[in-house]
Design a protein around this ligand. Structure first.
Ligand code: IYR
Length: 223
């Protein structure tokens, strides 16, 4: 039987005067401009409670029918990180040496990436984000989820933003295919690994590629 909806007042919404809105938007822009994807991490450990609160922030994301079709697997165990690195590098070697069309390799050239992924072991924390096309009830029945890739994309954005806000660097890594993550992390078949987020502090010597973001004119139109 479908539930009839229940409503409550919009607690917690904070209306701001226009100058405060302008300041908040511009301060957030400055903060987000300082976020860079990093591929060299230090081994320094992270406070667990920071990761937990960032995951809680990700869990506030909107999702199709509020079904929250995601699972976040947090990996800190060095032995598991090593297993993930070995499996990911095997896929990446295939990708760079066989599977990737030249056009794709050309698109990646400015980033300087290759099949070697030492950060999967160096970084203190990996968060594997799984998408759930359906949920499994204890009796084995399936409950379908909706707009799964959109929902998981939004939650991942919230997570990256929260980690950045807490002073942590991230790398969105997508070894493909990544079914090996179900095996290593013992996740059920309704969960598909979607993004592997590498989380930590940048190495002191970290370099980032000189790249630019598109301007507002290039990414937006106003009607
Ligand atoms: N998964 C590979 C290749 C790669 C693909 C894209 I699209 C990138 O933005 C970066 C890398 C790798 O991680 O090296």
């Amino acid at each position: 039987m479908p539930h009839s909806p229940e409503f409550e007042p919009l607690f917690g919404y904070q209306r701001m005067p226009a100058p405060a809105m302008q300041l908040a938007a511009s301060e957030n822009l400055s903060r987000m401009k300082r976020r860079r994807t990093v591929r060299e991490f230090s081994a320094e450990p992270l406070p667990e409670s920071v990761i937990e609160n960032c995951l809680r922030a990700a869990g506030t994301a909107p999702s199709g029918a509020n079904l929250q079709p995601w699972h976040f697997a947090v990996v800190r165990d060095p032995a598991i990180k090593q297993q993930i690195r070995i499996a990911a590098e095997a896929e990446e070697r295939e990708f760079y040496e066989q599977r990737a069309p030249q056009e794709w390799l050309d698109a990646l050239a400015p980033l300087g990436t290759d099949a070697s992924k030492p950060f999967l072991e160096t970084a203190p924390c990996l968060i594997v984000i799984f998408s759930k096309a359906y949920d499994l009830l204890p009796d084995g029945r399936r409950v379908k989820n909706y707009y799964v890739s959109e929902s998981v994309g939004i939650a991942t954005g919230f997570l990256i933003q929260a980690l950045h806000q807490a002073g942590l660097a991230t790398l969105t890594h997508t070894p493909s295919p990544m079914a090996f993550l179900n095996e290593i992390l013992e996740r059920p078949p309704n969960e598909r690994p979607t993004i592997l987020l590498v989380v930590g502090f940048p190495a002191d010597s970290a370099l980032v590629p000189k790249i630019t973001k598109k301007s507002l004119d290039e990414i937006a139109s106003f009607h």
